[in-house]
Design a binder for this molecule. Structure first.
Ligand SMILES: C[S@@+](CC[C@H](N)C(=O)[O-])C[C@H]1O[C@@H](n2cnc3c(N)ncnc32)[C@H](O)[C@@H]1O
Length: 320
């Protein structure tokens, strides 16, 4: 009796990895779905009928509760990468040891601040103690390696004088405010309670950000959720000073493999309903490039995300 050749372990292992990659966004949606019954029960218990009867409000509260669990977990794994980004230590989507450009400084706009999970990355970092932490002393930047201090030739982070945290969902503000206070940033960080489309509209909030006045824009996992992205990216471009920088860590449309791209588009038929309106297939890098003329663009997909990644990311800096 002849036996058919069994697939090699490496093929099995690769198939296994591929299947997990395809299942990944569906598992994420399933976890989000598991938060819906308790959200409805809580709203019923609190007699929040206006929210229960409005699909968009219910979706907002549901997503807020789910993200309260998911956000910190995502932050835990991505924080070192984001801190490097804000220190100007990325190149082509990779984290590098030496700065490739300046880090955040001056007037900063954080888009879609949410519940404030990322607020503490704006704190002054403690130097010379942690692994690979970096900052600037007397204009000369240094990096702490744990073993000693390594001198650097270019700046890492300058002084952040003001941070506008743009977050239109007021449900998130109490938590955002608490995170600002925990980070000791009350004097620096201001919550802007409107969408980016109303940043310069004093009739919508009691403040105004002038066009051409912003040194740095920071967007962390939020450009997937903002309305009219192409129009609003152009708007935001207008707020940056000449030489201003936009620091990006976002999930984007899959570009490499057509099969994955079709699978991602199919998944996106369901994804926004489970993830508070988040869009899986935005060509964010292309739209950012088209937002206006850039002096320098250094962006790429972080290493470790393979061709079958269904929620791929971009990491990098656009300089005006
Ligand atoms: C997926 S959440 C990410 C929040 C946060 N960046 C994080 O990673 O935890 C996207 C955020 O964008 C906000 N958002 C939606 N529309 C917006 C707009 N027009 N302008 C600014 N932020 C907006 C949402 O309210 C939400 O808090």
């Amino acid at each position: 009796m002849s036996s058919s050749p069994s697939p090699s372990p490496s093929l099995l292992a690769r198939t296994h990895t591929l299947l997990w990659a395809l299942a990944d966004p569906w598992l994420f949606m399933a976890i989000s779905a598991s938060w819906l019954p308790s959200t409805i029960l809580t709203l019923l218990r609190n007699r929040e009928l206006a929210i229960l009867l409005s699909p968009s409000k219910l979706q907002g509260v549901w997503f807020g509760r789910f993200w309260g669990w998911a956000g910190p977990n995502i932050k835990l794994s991505r924080e070192p990468m984001v801190i490097s980004l804000l220190e100007g230590r990325t190149c082509g989507g990779r984290v590098v040891e030496e700065p490739t450009g300046n880090g955040i400084e001056g007037v900063v706009v954080e888009i879609g601040a949410g519940s404030g999970f990322w607020v503490d990355v704006f704190k002054e970092r403690d130097l010379g103690k942690g692994e690979g932490k970096a900052s600037s002393i007397d204009g000369q930047a240094v990096a702490g390696t744990g073993a000693g201090v390594v001198k650097r030739t270019s700046g890492v982070r300058g002084l952040v004088t003001r941070i506008y945290g743009v977050e239109p969902n007021r449900e998130q503000h109490p938590s955002l405010r608490q995170k600002i206070s925990e980070a000791g940033l009350e004097d620096v960080y201001e919550i802007v309670p409107v969408g980016i489309e109303d940043l310069d509209n004093p009739s919508k909030w009691d403040g105004k950000v002038e066009k051409g006045s912003v040194d740095c824009i920071v967007s962390i996992l939020c450009l997937c959720s903002i309305p009219e992205p192409q129009k609003n990216f152009k708007e935001l471009y207008g707020y940056l000073k000449k030489g201003g920088r936009w620091y990006v860590f976002e999930h984007v449309r899959a570009e490499g493999n057509w099969g994955i791209r079709i699978f991602q588009a199919f998944t996106n038929l369901f994804w926004p309903h489970f993830l508070g309106g988040c869009q899986l297939c935005r060509p964010t890098e292309k739209w950012l490039r088209e937002a206006g003329p850039w002096d320098k663009v250094d962006v790429g997909q972080p290493p470790g995300e393979q061709w079958h990644h269904c929620v791929p990311h971009i990491l990098g800096v656009f300089t005006k």
